[in-house]
Design a protein around this ligand. Structure first.
Ligand code: GLP
Length: 241
């Protein structure tokens, strides 16, 4: 795990976007793993700016998002599908048919999960995966648990995640209770992973991830099991390392 500490979130956004732009140059038909949340927003802004300067061509890129709530429509302003269109997909030249966001809507949500996992495999796997981290150490929607989940699956969100995400809804009651998420195994199959954390609110989760051994009670600690992980932190997130 290679850790880089930056002054602020804007600097991280620039550095992360450059890492993505380099990947697009190395492998124009690469498969990106994308994340939602406030953390990757400066990265997406910087990537859009690079695209506008002709430095990031998404015309052959395919992408898979980490997760999505169960029970809200794609048009809902808090759906992760909508988030990705508003903040990245509609602002760059990625083809809609090359974009995948989990879509847990069928009668058999397990089948939706299996199909998503199979689609990632059929695309040849993820080349570069971006991750944020939850206050409780979750990555994607893999909540603290006893065994690392291997594959895309349905999860029940913990109370702390519901409370953390209520800021995007009118109240905690409106936050969906379930989500479809890539598993830890799915994430670890990415060839390269970039985790970003900003703000002192993430300092404890970051310290648990960096200082502990791989332990499913801190899902992000699974990244110790991967050989190509880069971590970008601002001063706040690195506060208690
Ligand atoms: C959500 C997402 C995660 C994200 C985390 C942190 O629960 N499922 O992918 O990393 O929250 O979000 P934020 O970046 O807004 O702090």
């Amino acid at each position: 795990m290679q850790i880089h500490i930056f002054k602020d979130a804007a600097q991280i956004g620039e550095a992360a976007a450059q890492l993505f732009a380099a990947k697009l140059l190395q492998k124009p038909d690469c498969v990106l793993g994308l994340a939602t949340g406030s953390t990757p927003l400066p990265t997406y802004d910087a990537l859009v700016a690079l695209h506008r300067r002709g430095l990031a061509d998404f015309s052959r890129v395919r992408s898979f998002n980490l997760d999505e709530y169960v029970g809200i429509d794609r048009a809902h302003e808090q759906s992760y599908y909508r988030f990705m269109y508003d903040n990245l997909f509609s602002l760059v030249n990625i083809k809609p048919e090359n974009v995948q966001v989990p879509h847990p809507v069928s009668e058999d949500l397990g089948a939706d999960c299996d199909a998503y996992e199979a689609a990632i495999d059929a695309a040849g796997g993820i080349d570069l995966q971006i991750l944020g981290i939850g206050n409780n150490g979750h990555i994607a929607f893999n909540e603290p648990c006893e065994v690392f989940p291997l594959r895309t699956h349905i999860v029940h969100l913990t109370e702390s995640t519901i409370l953390a995400n209520q800021r995007f809804f009118n109240s905690a009651d409106e936050v969906p209770r379930q989500a479809m998420t890539m598993g830890i195994g799915t994430i670890l199959r990415a060839r390269e992973i970039l985790l970003i954390a900003t703000g002192a609110g993430k300092a404890a989760a970051v310290a648990a991830m960096v200082n502990g051994n791989a332990d499913p009670r801190c899902p992000a600690s699974a990244l110790h099991l991967h050989s190509h992980v880069t971590v970008f932190l601002d001063a706040g997130a690195a506060l208690i390392l």
